[in-house]
Design a protein around this ligand. Structure first.
Ligand code: ATP
Length: 276
């Protein structure tokens, strides 16, 4: 199918697509609540009895080694996965049962964003605006400042098929804030970005959190977590190992408050592995 036919098909699909439902419970003060949340894949326990709360305006780093369950947790919160047991709520909505409404309240940036190659960046944002029931024209106007700050190396009028990973990541970040979400879930948000773009993304996240948006981001960059986030949630093999201020994590480590976050983090993971 040619690019033109693909675009026409997409426009028709978009107009018949459901408009995302935004019935997040505004009376619920808690942005995220997981209660004994678990997810297993066969014999693998990806998330194990996880209970955490995140409040509006909090900027929280989700930390843990490879396979700790970070991505699975984010997908459970978005309703992309069904829990094996326990519950996840976003603004009082059950993430498994009310996943459509949850998607209306949440902005999500996956680790490896995928878009239609046959649309331009601008058309992608307009398409997402249309699916979300927003005026198409608003997308580019509202995001103009962030687009300029992110410094795309090619204009957004070019086809997404030619974008680098970094450009796709920047586009995903724009798409995630388009509908002014009250909660942002980001999987490795600065992965693939050059230092300048990464700094802009951090500034965007900080500004959003200051305006009351709850932000939960997974990262392996302890330095970034330390500078950006007040709070860290550390997972090890799906289990909650630590939930609190990152300064407290440093203080809990054997060498006390003088240790780096990396020392404290590695010490905690080592201890957890030895206990298994
Ligand atoms: P990373 O830092 O490497 O991205 P993570 O902390 O995000 O890891 P998850 O991707 O959530 O970890 O994976 C948690 C566990 O669940 C791992 O053992 C992983 O192999 C397993 N897992 C994840 N997705 C699946 C799947 N679709 N099928 C089977 N096992 C899976």
């Amino acid at each position: 199918m040619g690019v033109k036919a693909q675009r026409q098909g997409l426009t028709m699909n978009a107009s018949s697509l459901f408009q995302l439902d935004c019935r997040a419970d505004s009376s619920s003060a808690i942005a995220i609540r997981t209660t004994q949340l678990s997810k297993t894949y066969g014999d693998t326990i990806a998330v194990d009895n996880l209970s955490i709360d995140v409040n509006p305006g909090e900027l929280v780093a989700l930390l843990g080694p490879n396979g700790a369950g970070k991505t699975t947790t984010l997908k459970l919160l978005l309703g992309l996965l069904q829990p094996t047991s326990g519950h996840a709520h976003v603004f009082g909505l059950d993430c498994a049962r009310d996943s459509l409404s949850v998607k209306g309240a949440v902005g999500y940036v996956p680790d490896e964003p995928a878009f239609y190659d046959f649309l331009t960046g601008e058309e992608t944002l307009e398409f997402i605006a249309q699916v979300r029931g927003l005026p198409r024209a608003r997308a580019m106007v509202e995001l103009a400042e962030t687009i300029a700050a992110l410094q795309f190396e090619h204009p957004l009028t070019q086809l997404v098929g030619g974008y680098s990973l970094g450009m796709k990541k920047k586009l995903a970040i724009l798409a995630s804030i388009l509908h002014r979400p009250r909660l942002l879930l980001l999987d490795e948000p600065t992965n693939g970005l050059d230092p300048q773009s990464a700094a802009t993304v951090k500034a965007v996240l900080r500004a959003m959190s200051e305006s009351g948006v709850a932000v939960l981001l997974s990262t392996h960059l302890l330095d970034m977590a330390d500078r950006l986030c007040d709070r860290g949630v550390v997972l090890g093999k799906g289990r909650l190992l630590f939930d609190g201020r990152l300064q407290e994590l440093r203080e809990q480590s054997a060498s006390g408050g003088s240790s780096t976050l990396e020392d404290a983090f590695l010490g905690m993971i080592r201890l957890h592995s030895e206990e298994q």
